[in-house]
Structures are given as C-alpha cells and as structure tokens.
Design a protein around this ligand. Structure first.
Ligand code: HEC
Ligand code: HEC
Ligand code: HEC
Ligand code: HEC
Length: 311
C-alpha cells in the first residue's frame, strides 16, 4: 500500500494549495443527497438516521429558532434566511433552495465541479477493488483539486465541521454570528471530532470488508482527536480576531484554551508547540502530517471521550 501513502500526501498538498488560492470559477453548486444516494446506499442509510437529516423537518419549528431569526434579521423563514441556511441546510442548484439538512456535500464539498471526475471510475457496477490504482489516485487528485473534500484529508474534513460547529463559518458575516449567540444560539466549546464523528454519523465502509462500518483503532482515534483540536485552535484563533462581541469572544477564547490544553500534551513532535505558538492552517497541516504514522494514545489517550458518550 506504499503507493497509497505517497498519493495521500500528494493529494493533501494539492488540496492545501486549493484552499489558499482563490477559485477560478464561480462558487460550486450542490446537487443534494438523493443524487449521491443512488450509488451510496450504505452511507445514505446512515445519514438518514442522523440529526443532520432529521433537522430539516424540525429545527425551524422551535420557538428558539424564531427568536434567533428575529435577532439576526432578514428573511423570517429560517429555510430562506441567508444566515441560517449557510450552516443548517444543503442549498441545491443555482437558486440555492434548502432541500435537506447538512448532508453529503456539506461535508464532502458541493459537487458541481467534481461530480464528473468522481464518476469517471467505470460505472456504478464496478466494485471499488476493480479500479486500477493509477486510475484511482488520478481520479481522487483531480476531484480534490475540483473541490471535493475527500475522507482521507482528515484536516480538511475537521476544519469544515468546525466552521459550522464552532460558529466560525466564513460565509456568515461575523456580526451575525455574534447576534445569534447573544440571542441564545447553542455554542458548544467542548465540541470535538471524536465524540461527534464516531457515533451516529460514522460511515467507514472500506475495503476489504465493504459491508462493515468499521470502528477506528486506538491510534486512529488519538490522531483524529489531535487533528480536530488543531482545526479547533486555528478556526477559533481566526474567529476571535473578527468580532468585538464579549460573548462571542468568550466562546472562541474558551475553544482556544481547550484546544491548547490537549495540544500541549503532544510532546513527541515539535509541530504541536509550533502550532500553539502560531495558530495557522499551515502549521496545523504540518502537525497533522507529522503525526500521520504516530500512535499518540500514550500522550492524549486519557483525554479522549469514552465511547458511551459519542453523539
Ligand atoms: C454513479 C455512482 C456514484 C454517484 C452518483 C456518487 N458516487 Fe461517490 N463513489 C462511487 C464509487 C463507486 C466510489 C468508490 C470509489 C473507490 O473507492 O475507489 C465512490 C467513492 C466516494 C467517496 C470516497 C472517496 C473516493 O472518491 O473514492 C466519497 C467521499 C464519495 N464517493 C462521495 C459522493 C458524494 C458526496 C456524492 C454525491 C454528490 C457521490 N459520491 C455520488 C460512486 C458514486
Ligand atoms: C455557523 C453555523 C450556524 C449558523 C450560521 C446558524 N446555526 Fe443554528 N446551529 C448550528 C449548529 C452547529 C447547531 C448544533 C449545536 C452545536 O452542535 O453547536 C445549531 C443549532 C441550532 C438550534 C438548536 C437546535 C436543537 O436541536 O436544539 C437552533 C434553534 C438554531 N441552531 C437556530 C438557528 C437559526 C435560527 C439560525 C439563523 C439565524 C442559525 N441557527 C444559524 C450552526 C449554525
Ligand atoms: C457530517 C459530515 C458528513 C456527512 C453529512 C457525510 N459524510 Fe461521508 N464522510 C465523512 C467523513 C468524516 C468520512 C471519513 C470516514 C473515515 O474514514 O473515518 C466520510 C467518508 C465517506 C466515504 C468513504 C467511506 C465509505 O463509507 O465508503 C463515502 C463514500 C462517503 N463519505 C459518502 C457520503 C455520502 C454519499 C453522504 C450522504 C448520504 C455522506 N458521505 C455524508 C463525513 C460526512
Ligand atoms: C454545514 C454545517 C455543518 C457541517 C459542515 C457539519 N455539521 Fe454537524 N450539525 C450542523 C447543524 C446545524 C446541526 C444541528 C442540527 C439540529 O439540531 O437541528 C448539527 C448537528 C450535528 C450532530 C448532532 C449533535 C447532537 O447533539 O445530537 C452531530 C453528531 C454532528 N453535527 C457532527 C458533525 C461532524 C462530525 C461534522 C464533520 C464531519 C459535522 N457535523 C459537520 C451543521 C453542520
């Protein structure tokens, strides 16, 4: 599997480059989860059972939602309010209609620019194992360059979850985020990747056993934990600089402190301290690269959430 490891770093590199440069084309558009479900039955079934899916029929009805909408202003219908829709819904097509809660493309990237490349693997009946390795690595690199957030870019995935869950979505004006918080919008400073991604939302159907939704091993969990803290620190450090609201600042500062507490336990690689001293996406990606083959359970294992608390 050596080719795979080589490929992984190459794809992460190209994805990193894509993040730092402005996209040449217009913003990519989403197609909605039904399109993905045509081929991805197991993943779609899992998503159907998540709060992300259920939320579409529920969240806008709560009195709290109405209060928050009123405080933020704009369209009264949460499904049309330009602030709420950025995080709560999958906005499909050019007219950006809310057609589902957060779904496949909220986490894997809006697909208009990568969909053709993604499907260039020989048709829906071809089993994953049947695709030639060279074709696969080429397909994945091209899809990533076209905006797909692919599962093995752990940092990219964590950064994306954190933008919504850390109330730091760059598509939402900072003063709107502060108003939401002041109006009682939930804000969970303790939010981290292991507890929130290894419960209801976990879908890990990988070769050789494509029918098993595999749990992570202890070293994988420890790396995901640290990767999530790196994303948390970077996003909170970026957000805290943007808004003056005391409540918003307090929330982001708490996230920073919690992330630093974990990262300070990672003493086997110098990249952890470098990130603490200078929180940036570049330093976060360096840390994630440095721990790629490491087992950090000894350093952070004691801080990981217990399986029974997974959401
Ligand atoms: C025509 C069938 C088809 C459709 C439609 C489809 N996929 Fe896939 N997808 C596949 C196949 C087959 C694989 C497995 C390829 C492999 O593992 O080598 C795959 C793999 C993936 C992966 C794992 C990384 C990769 O590229 O191998 C992700 C993530 C993914 N799809 C997301 C999506 C999302 C999101 C959508 C909807 C926008 C979607 N797919 C639509 C067939 C499809
Ligand atoms: C930056 C992303 C973001 C934006 C923008 C956003 N939300 Fe949320 N909202 C979340 C997340 C994430 C949660 C779940 C709580 C958590 O995990 O932090 C949530 C939870 C909620 C809840 C509680 C739901 C429950 O199940 O208890 C309500 C109500 C809500 N949001 C209303 C709104 C309204 C109304 C707007 C628009 C004015 C809005 N949100 C804008 C991310 C966002
Ligand atoms: C909350 C974010 C989130 C949502 C929503 C989501 N995914 Fe994923 N997806 C992930 C993460 C994280 C991984 C990486 C899993 C791992 O390797 O640990 C992943 C992995 C995958 C994979 C590769 C592993 C596998 O199970 O084959 C495919 C394919 C995939 N997702 C497709 C989809 C499809 C299709 C949907 C919608 C029905 C979807 N995802 C919804 C976050 C998400
Ligand atoms: C586009 C924004 C967005 C992204 C990206 C996103 N989420 Fe969410 N997530 C939400 C919102 C909004 C809710 C709250 C829904 C509600 O309560 O109605 C939520 C709820 C959840 C819940 C349910 C929490 C509970 O207390 O039951 C989990 C678990 C979760 N998200 C995990 C993740 C993970 C892990 C990722 C990344 C792999 C992720 N989310 C990415 C917006 C997002």
């Amino acid at each position: 599997m050596r080719w795979f490891a080589v490929f992984v770093s190459a794809a992460c590199f190209s994805l990193g480059a894509a993040f730092t440069s402005q996209p040449a084309s217009a913003e990519p558009l989403a197609q909605g989860p039904k399109v993905c479900a045509e081929c991805h039955k197991s993943e779609a079934q899992i998503w159907d059972g998540t709060k992300h899916a259920a939320s579409f029929k529920e969240v806008h009805k709560s009195p709290k939602a109405k209060e928050i909408v009123a405080a933020v202003g704009g369209e009264k219908n949460m499904k049309k309010n330009e602030v709420c829709t950025q995080c709560h819904y999958t906005l499909v097509g050019a007219d950006k209609k809310a057609e589902a809660g957060p779904s496949c493309e909220s986490c894997h990237g809006a697909s208009s620019d990568w969909f053709k490349l993604h499907n260039d693997y020989g048709g829906p009946t071809v089993k994953r194992e049947a695709e030639a390795p060279e074709h696969k690595s080429d397909r994945l690199a091209k899809a990533a360059a076209a905006g797909m957030l692919w599962p093995h870019d752990r940092y990219g995935i964590a950064e994306n979850c954190t933008e919504c869950h850390g109330l730091a979505n760059p598509k939402v004006p900072a003063d709107a985020l502060a108003k939401m918080l002041d109006a009682g919008h939930p804000a969970i400073a303790e939010w981290e990747m292991v507890q929130y991604s290894q419960g209801s939302i976990r879908h890990r159907f990988y070769p050789p056993n494509m029918t098993e939704n595999a749990k992570m091993t202890a070293p994988e969990l420890a790396r995901l934990f640290v990767t999530g803290q790196a994303a948390k620190l970077t996003s909170a450090a970026g957000a805290v600089a943007k808004v003056d609201s005391p409540k918003y600042k307090e929330f982001q500062e708490k996230r920073i402190a919690l992330a630093k507490e974990v990262l300070s336990k990672v003493t086997s690689v110098p990249e952890a301290k470098a990130l603490i001293d200078n929180p940036s996406t570049e330093n976060a990606r360096k840390l994630v690269g440095a721990i790629a083959d490491k087992d950090l359970s000894g350093e952070v294992g004691g801080l990981l959430p217990a399986e029974g608390t997974y959401k």
